[in-house]
Every structure is written in C-alpha cells, then in structure tokens.
Design a binder for this molecule. Structure first.
Ligand SMILES: Nc1ncnc2c1ncn2[C@@H]1O[C@H](COP(=O)(O)OP(=O)(O)OP(=O)(O)O)[C@@H](O)[C@H]1O
Ligand SMILES: [Mg+2]
Length: 394
C-alpha cells in the first residue's frame, strides 16, 4: 500500500504494532510514539490521517485524541483496538475518531475503513446542502410497529420492504428495529452482518444517546439503518421492555421513521410498543386461523382498555385461493382493512436471495402493495428510482 505514505501517521508506543504497520506500508511510514509527538507532526506536516494503535485505547488517551481532533477537525483519526467493544467505539467516537479497526491490521480493513469514512463524508455533505435536517425541526420521528397474532404471516417481509420504500423519500431518515428478540431475522433477509446489536445498546443504557446508538446501527447499501436483534436467543434476556423503549426514544429524535418488526405474541413488549407507536400495522393472513387470532388480539387490547385507534389492518396474501370475504373479515374484526398485499412467488425468492422484493421487482404487484402501505403511513408514495443513487446498489 503506498497511497497513504506521506499523509498517514502511525502513533503507538508498542514496538510490535509499529513494526506491523510499517510492514503494511512498505516500511516508509512516519511514526510518532506519543500523542503529543503526533500533535507536533500534524502541525508541521501534511498528515491527513492518523492511525492510533491499541496502546492508546485508554481513557487518558481519549482526552489527547480529542485535542488532536480539535487541533484539526478535518484530520481523519482511526483507532486500532485488540477487541472492538461498544465502549471503545463510543469513547472513540466521542473523541472524534472516525472508526475503530480491529487488530491485527491488514490492508483490506484499512481500505474498508477509509471507504466507509469517504461514504460518511459524502453523505454528510449531501444532507447539509439539501433541505433542513429532520433533527433541526425538533420533530419526533414516527414509530410504526408491525405485528400479527400469528407467526409466519409476513411481518418481517412487510417491515423490511416498508422500511426500504420509506427510505426512498429524499429527506427521510429511516431505521428498522428488529424487536423479534429471540428469532429476529431482519439482518438475514437484508443480508447484513451486524457488528453490534441492541444487546450492546442494552449494556449502555445509562449513557445511551443518539451518537452512541447510531454507532451501533448497521447500514444497508440503500442507506437504511438497522438496529439488529440479539444474535442468539439466549441474549434476548438482556433486552428489557424499558430498555427497548429507551432506545426507541433516542431513535425518535434522530430518525423520521422507525419501523419495528416484532414476534407474534401479545406480551408486555408488544403492549408497550402498541402504546408507544404512532401506527400499528396488524398483519392478517388470508386464512381463518389468522383472522381468528387477530380477532382475539384486538379483543384483548380492547379488554385491557388499550386504544386501537392507531391500529391499521393490513391483509397479506390478499389474492390467495382460499380467499375470505373482505366484508366478513372487517365485520369479524370490527375494523376496516387499510391496505392489502397480494401473494407473489417472487417474495420467497427475494427472501432467500437476501434482496427485498421492492428492490428486485419494484414493478411487481406485491411491491405496489408495499408502496400502498407506505402511502398509508406517509400519505404519499416515493418514486421508485432517483435519489440516493450515489450511494445505492449497482
Ligand atoms: N405477500 C407474500 N407473498 C408470498 N409469500 C409471502 C408473502 N408474505 C410473506 N411470504 C412468505 O412467508 C414467509 C414468512 O414471512 P415472514 O418471515 O415475513 O413472516 P413473519 O410474520 O415475520 O414470521 P415470524 O412470526 O416467524 O417472524 C416468507 O419467507 C415469505 O416467503
Ligand atoms: Mg419475522
């Protein structure tokens, strides 16, 4: 690697780390052994990027890193840690670090970090020049919870596709929260490998703010952000209802739409979500058990004196052979059907491929169905193509 030869400065007090960094950059690499020394080199030279080694991961170093950042805010600071924990990431970000790379260093990791950084800068510039940032208006984002009283009725498919459609609005920031705590599969369906999940957020509740939570989100190539579910069912215990509500409060300050996927249950978590959400999309499959369970769930909500004013019925697989009569369903549930999504074989294929159908088949009837749900939420439908093309997939 030679690109960074003169603009890259490595700082570490550990000989082995410095030696390994030198090997990576053909031996010719400016090195500082202390952060003070780094600060002097930055003043005198044309350093653009500083790679801070694992011996400077401690709290005392963070203050010095922060001064280095203040000295020249355009400087790209990258930290290297033996293990990237949420704690180091948070402290690093607070100190002005762009990313934390896990040791041992290799070319691919550094390049990925630089690429990510460039992507972030580019995006920041675009949002700066476009209209008002959402947080500036002080308005809170809308929480949309997708539920169903029966498993496998298409919640995850709806939540992911809906989030992607909403994300097409040029000025909308959208985050998808996987609140199916034990068997969440949002990341699987979107082909994402999260570095962090809501378990990390749950461990930082005492100091959770927008910046920290943002660093724990996973980004889809479309720009959609995802708060991933725990990676193993056992970790679900770490997520309390109050904790998840706190995460939603933080997200609400920074995003326009917060789409929440859930597990098919009527437990404390779902009840809290229903109470908190601006919209509850109750997905009902076109079969008798689904309708029966939806009826029971709605009756339970009414019994518990929960308002069902924000609940909207969405029919899935509305064109299925065993088609029930819409009027009968509406009568049984004492609620009108707000939107319908037809059944389509392309859905299963898109799930297996890890690319949601609104991306693979935007013109299909099922995609139009997801757009009609987005319209229900936003009052309008975003164009299928156009914006975010700079960052979007090929
Ligand atoms: N409109 C549709 N047309 C065709 N297939 C669909 C449709 N909606 C959902 N499916 C299929 O049903 C399967 C289950 O959907 P999904 O995983 O979204 O359900 P879920 O409600 O999230 O399930 P769980 O309760 O287990 O989380 C998907 O793999 C998909 O193939
Ligand atoms: Mg699901």
């Amino acid at each position: 690697m030679s690109m960074a030869e003169n603009n890259l400065l490595v700082v570490d007090r550990d000989d082995d780390f410095v030696a390994s960094a030198k090997t990576l950059f053909d031996g010719s690499l400016p090195v500082a052994r202390t952060l003070e020394e780094a600060s002097q080199t930055v003043t005198s030279g044309d350093v653009r990027m500083v790679l801070i080694g694992p011996s400077y991961n401690d709290d005392a170093a963070m203050d010095q890193i922060r001064s280095l950042h203040n000295q020249d805010p355009s400087l790209v600071l990258m930290m290297v840690a033996d293990v990237v924990t949420a704690d180091i990431l948070r402290k690093g970000m607070r100190a002005g670090v762009s990313d934390v790379i896990e040791a041992p260093l290799d070319e691919a990791k550094i390049e990925a970090a630089i690429e990510q950084f460039a992507h972030d800068v580019l995006k920041r510039q675009v949002t700066d020049t476009s209209s008002e940032a959402p947080e500036a208006s002080g308005e809170k984002g809308r929480i949309i919870t997708v539920t169903s009283a029966k498993g496998g009725s298409g919640k995850t498919v709806l939540a992911t596709n809906l989030a992607l459609v909403l994300n097409r609005f040029p000025d909308s920031k959208v985050v998808l929260v996987d609140a199916d705590l034990q068997f969440g599969d949002v990341c699987l369906v979107l082909q994402l490998e999260p570095r962090f999940t809501m378990v990390n957020a749950a461990h930082e509740l005492h100091q959770l703010d927008g910046e920290l939570l943002d660093s724990l989100l996973t980004e889809h190539p479309s720009g959609l952000k995802v708060l991933a579910a725990p990676l193993e069912p056992a970790f679900a215990d770490d997520i309390t209802t109050a904790g998840l509500m706190q995460m939603l409060d933080v997200l609400r300050d920074n995003f326009d739409y917060i789409v929440v996927d859930t597990a098919a249950m009527l437990d404390e978590l779902i009840l809290s979500l229903i109470e908190k959400s601006d919209d509850i999309l109750m997905l009902v499959d076109m079969d008798l058990p689904s309708v029966k369970n939806a009826k029971l769930a709605l009756e339970t909500l009414r019994l518990l004196k929960f308002s069902t004013a924000n609940v909207k019925l969405v029919m899935n697989r509305s064109n299925s052979k065993a088609k029930l009569d819409n009027k009968e369903i509406e009568g049984a549930l004492k609620m009108d059907i707000s939107a319908s999504v037809p059944s389509d074989a392309v859905v299963a294929a898109s799930v297996n491929e890890g690319r949601p159908v609104v991306e693979t088949d935007p013109k299909s009837r099922v995609s139009k169905g997801f757009e009609s749900v987005a319209e229900l939420i936003a009052g309008k439908v975003p164009e299928a193509e156009g914006r975010k093309s700079v960052f979007g997939r090929k």
